[in-house]
Design a protein around this ligand. Structure first.
Ligand code: B12
Ligand code: SF4
Ligand code: SF4
Length: 233
């Protein structure tokens, strides 16, 4: 099934990000037809590949261009595989996407809240959850070290000019106030300084216009209380 999904998503920059067999503590919702979901698969992207494909195909006339582009691709994949599609931003209440990611593949919560992947670093996002009533065989993955354990300097925690990372949460209003200010040009134009300070997965760094697009959408999400997939990048 993972190969089939990757074939369907071919050329989009989206790909499967692993999966797991659902257990009660995972809090996976019941399927619309009342059946229990037995398998959960994640789809996502890493680096600039998806962005570049989106740029070639984007429709300038819609309100949330990335959101609508993604929906086309993801609905096609879920229809073709008979899966029930959940989107990351549906909520509140939000689906526990980062908890599911830790069950699906080797990722860890970084000191700045975003999950770190041993290869992609902080430069990856989840775009869809696919739920199946069937038990689907999944490849085993072996345990890997959390890259943050070996990173003594932890530069991601030291460079935010707005002190937006508290020990337990992300202070979105501090972040956005800085990003919108004259002093926030670096974050506004080139993306989050804290994220860019991480040494892991640097070859997956986003393109500058990709960083800017997601940062602008994030500011809108915080200021207007309105989120879409455009804000997640
Ligand atoms: C709401 C939301 C936001 C809000 C955050 C509001 C806030 N104060 O936290 C806004 C719009 C500001 C935002 C911004 C961003 N987001 Co966001 N966001 C979400 C969303 C939809 C829900 C998160 C949530 O509140 N869950 C409910 C709570 C109860 O869950 P939680 O497990 O406690 O986790 C959240 C926080 O508590 C926090 N957190 C948990 N533990 C800790 C520990 C520390 C030390 C810190 C600092 C934070 C922290 O991190 C989570 C995200 O806010 C998720 C998707 C999802 N369904 O999970 C994406 C998601 C977390 N976001 C994502 C991304 C990429 C971003 C941005 C980097 C995008 C950008 N344009 O720059 C920024 C950076 C934020 C950051 N540094 O944490 C990705 C992360 C991917 C990954 N690799 O892990 C997700 C998973 C979406 C996705 N499609 O993949 N986001
Ligand atoms: S800078 Fe270091 S601690 Fe921070 S996310 Fe990257 S590897 Fe982890
Ligand atoms: S975008 Fe800038 S202000 Fe916001 S969290 Fe990142 S470094 Fe801090």
């Amino acid at each position: 099934m993972l190969d089939r999904l990757n074939d369907i998503l071919g050329g989009t920059g989206l790909f499967t990000r692993g999966g797991f067999h659902c257990e009660v503590g995972d809090n996976v919702p019941i399927l619309p037809d009342g059946r229990i979901a037995r398998t959960l698969l994640l789809v996502g992207n890493a680096g600039p590949e998806m962005w570049r494909q989106f740029e070639k195909e984007r429709n300038l006339d819609v309100k949330d261009p990335l959101d609508s582009w993604l929906l086309q691709k993801l609905e096609k994949a879920s229809r073709a595989t008979g899966a029930h599609l959940l989107l990351p931003n549906s909520g509140p209440p939000f689906i526990p996407l980062q908890d599911w990611a830790m069950r699906a593949e080797p990722v860890f919560r970084s000191p700045i809240g975003i999950m770190i992947h041993p290869e992609f670093g902080l430069w990856h996002v989840y775009r869809a959850v696919l739920l199946f009533a069937e038990h689907i065989d999944l490849p085993a993955w072996s345990a890997v070290e959390n890259p943050c354990d070996a990173c003594e300097a932890k530069p991601c925690r030291k460079v935010c000019p707005a002190d937006a990372f508290t020990p337990s949460r992300f202070d979105a209003f501090s972040c956005v106030s800085h990003v919108e200010s004259a002093a926030g040009r670096n974050c506004r134009e080139l993306g989050c300084l804290a994220r860019r300070a991480c040494p892991v997965g640097r070859r997956y760094l986003y393109d500058p216009d990709q960083q800017k697009f997601h940062t602008e959408a994030m500011v809108r999400a915080v200021r207007l209380g309105y989120g879409s997939e455009d804000a997640s990048g």
